[in-house]
Write a protein that binds this ligand. Structure first.
Ligand code: SF4
Ligand code: SF4
Length: 306
């Protein structure tokens, strides 16, 4: 049976089979102009997380993940990918977080257990301690996935850890530092890698509600391949039917993300095309309330939105 590290290695090897040549020529030229020696490093920490976002990042195809890691970004530490473990891993993290300011971007996956800091330890320190220290040395932070952005599943109603996202944690710690939110459960690899490349190559991308506008300015509903069915009031009655999934509780009308045009699994599909309603995984409310279940049947009472 494969363990998580085996799966990640296999995903990286598979992803390495793809290159950047399928991208538009100007994008390829911009990527090839990046000098890895001058690129700020990335310290990738994980809080209350299932590691699903890390697994998703390793599915990158444009460019391939190994190209991203070796040529366009410099990943100094990632808990799942680092060869170092134990004291050596701790030294690596300390070297950056307690070192000179301005040498790295912090990426956080997973929520922070604000009411139970000891629930998330990295060596002898809590994640919360590290984040406070990092706020004085990092260039800025990327909150990767809905847990890191808004608390997500670990912050579901009734949770005991007081899980919060990075922005809320910094706010309550009176820390004013750049945080870019990249929500999703899990995130699309392009949303993260393209933001990292933009940051290290051209600086801050355009943001909308603290998220990169390039990916989050339109609703899933507006871009959906079944939008025409919605307009014609052709609705699916059960999962697997053709037609708009609105009456099965689809949250595409409330969710900002470019999934329908970007596509998942190497651009091949997205939730609705796989006959699953959008569950609003990029929304700040995702998975937070008991009254916000993933699937709702025959929800005829929801007000039709355009
Ligand atoms: S409600 Fe869902 S399935 Fe229907 S058009 Fe909008 S996003 Fe697509
Ligand atoms: S379609 Fe909806 S649930 Fe699916 S990945 Fe996109 S935002 Fe998340």
């Amino acid at each position: 049976m494969l363990n998580r590290r085996d799966v990640i290695k296999m995903a990286a090897a598979l992803a390495a089979a793809f290159g950047i040549d399928s991208l538009p020529a100007p994008v390829v030229a911009a990527l090839k102009a990046i000098d890895p020696a001058t690129v700020p490093k990335i310290i990738y920490l994980q809080g209350l997380s299932c590691s699903g976002c890390s697994v998703s990042l390793l599915q990158a195809t444009q460019p391939a993940v190994l190209t991203m890691l070796t040529e366009y970004s410099r990943l100094a530490f990632h808990g799942d990918l680092a060869a170092a473990s134990g004291a050596l891993a701790q030294e690596t993290i300390n070297h950056y977080i307690e070192g000179k300011a301005g040498e790295y971007f912090l990426v956080l996956e997973g929520a922070i257990p604000a009411a139970m800091p000891e629930a998330c330890q990295i060596g002898e320190h809590t994640l919360a301690d590290y984040l406070v220290k990092a706020s004085t040395t990092m260039n800025g932070a990327l909150a990767v996935g809905s847990c890191a952005c808004y608390g997500g599943i670990p912050a579901a109603e009734g949770n005991l850890t007081g899980a919060v996202g990075l922005r809320e944690f910094f706010k309550s710690s009176k820390i004013d530092k750049l945080v870019i939110d990249i929500p999703g459960c899990s995130v699309h690899p392009d949303w993260v890698w393209h933001t990292i490349v933009h940051l290290v190559r051209s600086g801050l991308p355009e943001l909308i509600k603290d998220r990169p506008a390039q990916f989050y300015s339109k609703k899933v509903h507006e871009l959906c391949s079944r939008y025409h069915d919605f307009q014609e009031e052709i609705f699916a009655g059960k999962l697997g039917d053709s037609g708009c999934l609105f009456k099965l509780g689809c949250l595409g009308p409330d969710s900002y993300a470019d999934c329908p045009t970007r596509g998942w699994n190497g651009t091949s599909t997205f939730c609705v095309e796989a006959n699953a309603p959008c569950v609003g995984c990029t929304s700040p409310d995702f998975a937070r309330k008991k009254t916000f279940p993933f699937y709702r049947l025959n929800e005829n009472t929801r007000k039709k939105k355009t």
